[in-house]
Design a protein around this ligand. Structure first.
Ligand code: IVH
Length: 728
């Protein structure tokens, strides 16, 4: 089981938070919803104070849901109220595997210790809705409200395309309440906000708010334009279930009547299997069409459910395992721009640092000015940010209700923040804005050096951003052309490095010891310049550069920062043409014909080599001894067993590093791609394979293990059967 799934604040703290939130929400509902306060104002304020303090100590708890993040009172409803035929219950929560296991043991004991079948489902992060069907016809759709009385939103619910107006049940039940969750697909969320902003309307903070906002429109015609979906997960009053023994059977029945039921539920019979289900979906929660915030575990047997009964707010036969929150609110302090290695100028959000999904987030890319506008965020906004596990943090949207009028829109600067050149899109239709000064823009140079030193470049471990800046601002290096000519003599130009950096940053300490240090008596005098000598890092840089010269051709190609040319295209080029000299002389047509290259990349390559200072980089690297050909051309030496096939390798293989596996594919005529699509022929899975394997299963792409991969390398696709997907 993956321990990372269970990170987050201490369960005891989460419980305390949950408790406070529940008491505050109940008090709000009583006060505003029922006109019957259950707390004095002072008691209410003191609860709120406690919550604020707790969130200050544990900022990860400050989710968009928290009462501290909502404006004032809940709105009085515009809709008629609807008394649910039977109460809509909520769920109790657990936050750790231990708590879940304890709950399961307790529940089993309460049922006399007999083995229990556990119905495990995804906890959809949407809006709870109650549907009433009478004689098979949908008569009411209502929000949960306080569980007893909700809002009647029937006309809006009727616009949800998943929902049958008439059940295909024969005979139809006289009356049945069907409960479920309405959600807004995560993939459609960005487009919705963009169109709202374009219409000068307020954007939503996250997909759940989008679901709630879309469903609670006064005008159902607007709801009808929103791609809402529903999945049902239970029934209320009914006069049907006499024949039903298990809850999982009710889903089959509801499904057979035409209602949308989830396909992801499982009936499991051990604590271990349930915990595996929890861990699996914790890792794969982003592979779904909708957000989930946990797993719901239910006792499947309906008679056992009855024996356990309910508390005043939740059933004793079900529990929600809540995943750590991945969304929190924070302040958008500013929007700055950065320059990338191909000159792309990218706005990024600078935020009040906040803990989310186990790490502190203070920055997030906003991609381009169009994307900033699409999201509808203003500088000074409270924004919802999401950090999904290891995934890069993302600004979802603004909390419009918390605006106070001081917020202002971002304006893209007209000039490069690094070199001052005038910024422009390369083509009129481009969304990306670029700094055209590729040759000498300092930020572009630094990014290019850092990029070529990366693991899938020439793997020069000690050359990070600090080192790149030191080399450039000391003028030891003008650009990447001279990188492989660097000598110890150059590097110990320490005085230069120090002076330049002091001038530039005013922070001598920060850079002084990047590649040099003060000389000691024991240092060989021939290595000492003005009291300075190569540091450990300086020596490592020279050693790294020597090793880098022997890297295979595709890495050299990948290190040239040619637009659109990443590791996949670089491998394809090296595999097909074998040497830099051939690539350099090739025409657009010749390049475009290579599997995995195509017209756009081919044009970018020819354009790149047309630039004299680019050719100079290649020439100087070659003179310095950087490998410029893969000899002998491996494509000829190997039988082309994988010709025309596209592979994706994911997870850890035992007998290959990821790069070895890709090399093995390319030299046999295949293509090694980075992501799974319908065009993928095989996905090779190793240990710890994640979302790519799931995607393959979804798209019906064959998934093979290492052994099958070896056979395939040997003799091609004949005789290789795919193995099953991630459930194996
Ligand atoms: S069962 C009596 N199953 O989560 C049992 N609820 O935090 C009631 N939810 O009020 C709920 N997915 O709106 C159940 N698969 C699922 C669910 C689910 C989402 C919602 C539901 C509930 C809330 C409790």
């Amino acid at each position: 089981m993956n321990a990372a799934v269970f990170q987050g604040p201490d369960p005891a703290v989460r419980h305390a938070w949950n408790d406070l939130v529940q008491r505050i929400v109940e008090a709000q509902q009583a006060y505003y919803g029922n006109d019957a306060p259950i707390l004095s104002d002072a008691a209410y304020d003191s609860l709120m104070g406690e919550l604020i303090d707790l969130e200050r100590a544990h900022p990860g708890l400050r989710t968009p849901d928290s009462p501290t993040q909502r404006v004032g009172a809940p709105k009085m409803t515009d809709f008629a109220s609807f008394t649910h035929p039977s109460q809509m219950l909520s769920l109790d929560n657990v936050f750790s595997p231990t708590e879940l296991a304890d709950w399961m043991h307790r529940t089993q004991a309460a049922l006399g210790g007999e083995p229990v079948n556990w119905l495990c489902e995804l906890k959809i992060d949407g809006l709870a809705v109650n549907l009433v069907y009478r004689d098979g016809r949908l008569v009411t759709g209502a929000t949960r409200g306080d569980g007893r009385v909700g809002e009647d939103i029937t006309p809006n619910v009727r616009t949800i395309r998943d929902l049958p107006g008439v059940l295909t049940a024969d005979p139809a039940p006289r009356e049945i309440e069907v409960r479920g969750e309405v959600f807004f697909p995560t993939a459609a969320f960005g487009d919705l906000n963009a169109s709202l902003v374009a219409d000068k309307k307020a954007p939503f903070a996250n997909p759940r708010n989008a679901a709630a906002g879309s469903l609670r429109q006064k005008n159902p015609a607007i709801t009808a334009t929103r791609p809402l979906h529903m999945l049902v997960h239970g029934i209320g009053v009914h006069n049907e279930a006499g024949t039903m023994i298990r809850q999982s059977q009710t889903y089959e029945l509801l499904g057979s009547w035409g209602l949308p039921t989830a396909t992801t539920f499982r009936v499991l019979n051990s604590v271990g299997a349930v915990l595996d289900f929890v861990a699996y979906h914790g890792e794969h929660r982003h592979d779904l069409a909708h957000d989930i915030d946990g797993i719901v575990v239910k006792v499947d047997d309906l008679a056992a459910q009855q024996r356990l009964g309910n508390t005043s707010r939740a059933p004793r036969w079900a529990i929600a395992y809540k995943y750590p929150p991945e969304e929190v609110n924070t302040k958008l302090l500013g929007i700055e721009v950065g320059v990338g290695r191909t000159g792309r100028v990218t706005p990024f959000a600078v935020m009040e640092p906040v803990l989310v999904a186990g790490s502190t987030v203070a920055r997030a890319t906003l991609h381009n000015p169009t994307e900033v506008a699409r999201k509808g965020v203003l500088i000074g906004d409270t924004v919802v940010i999401r950090k999904a596990g290891d995934v890069i943090p993302e600004v979802l949207g603004p909390v419009v209700g918390l605006r106070d009028g001081t917020e202002h829109a971002f304006v893209m600067p007209g000039h490069c923040p690094s070199c001052g050149a005038e910024l422009r899109p390369e083509k009129e239709s481009d969304k990306d804005i670029r700094c055209p000064n590729a040759r000498s823009c300092p930020d572009q140079l630094v990014e290019r050096l850092v990029g070529l030193a990366a693991r899938d470049g020439l793997d020069i471990e000690v050359l990070g951003e600090k080192g790149a800046r030191a080399l450039l601002s000391s003028k030891v290096l003008d650009n990447e052309a001279g990188l492989f000519d660097l000598t110890a003599d150059d590097l110990v130009e320490a005085d230069l490095i120090r002076r330049q950096l002091t001038d530039e940053s005013g922070d001598e300490e920060k850079f002084q010891y990047v590649f040099t240090r003060a000389a000691k008596k024991s240092d060989p005098p021939e290595m000492v310049r003005e009291g300075r000598v190569l540091s450990v890092n300086g020596a490592k840089l020279l050693a790294n550069l020597e090793t880098a010269k022997t890297q295979p051709l595709w890495r050299v190609i990948n290190s040239l920062s040619i637009r659109h040319v990443g590791p996949v295209a670089a491998r394809a080029l090296a595999g097909a043409l074998g040497s830099m000299a051939v690539i350099r002389e090739a025409s657009v047509e010749e390049l475009a014909r290579i599997e995995g290259v195509g017209e756009i990349i081919a044009e970018a390559i020819v354009e790149w080599f047309a630039e004299p200072w680019h050719r100079d980089i290649v020439e100087r690297w070659a003179q310095a001894g950087v490998r410029m050909a893969d000899a002998p051309p491996q494509t000829e030496a190997r039988p082309q067993t994988l010709a025309g096939l596209t592979f994706v390798v994911t997870g850890t293989l035992e007998g290959f590093t990821r790069d070895d596996a890709k090399d093995a594919i390319v030299v046999r005529g295949g293509r090694a791609a980075g992501s799974v699509s319908r065009k993928t022929d095989y996905v090779v899975v190793g240990a710890g394979a994640g979302s790519k394997a799931t995607k393959a299963a979804e798209l019906g792409v064959p998934v093979i293990d290492e052994e099958a991969f070896r056979r395939l390398l040997e003799s091609g696709p004949s005789g290789v059967e795919s193995v099953s997907g991630p459930d194996r």
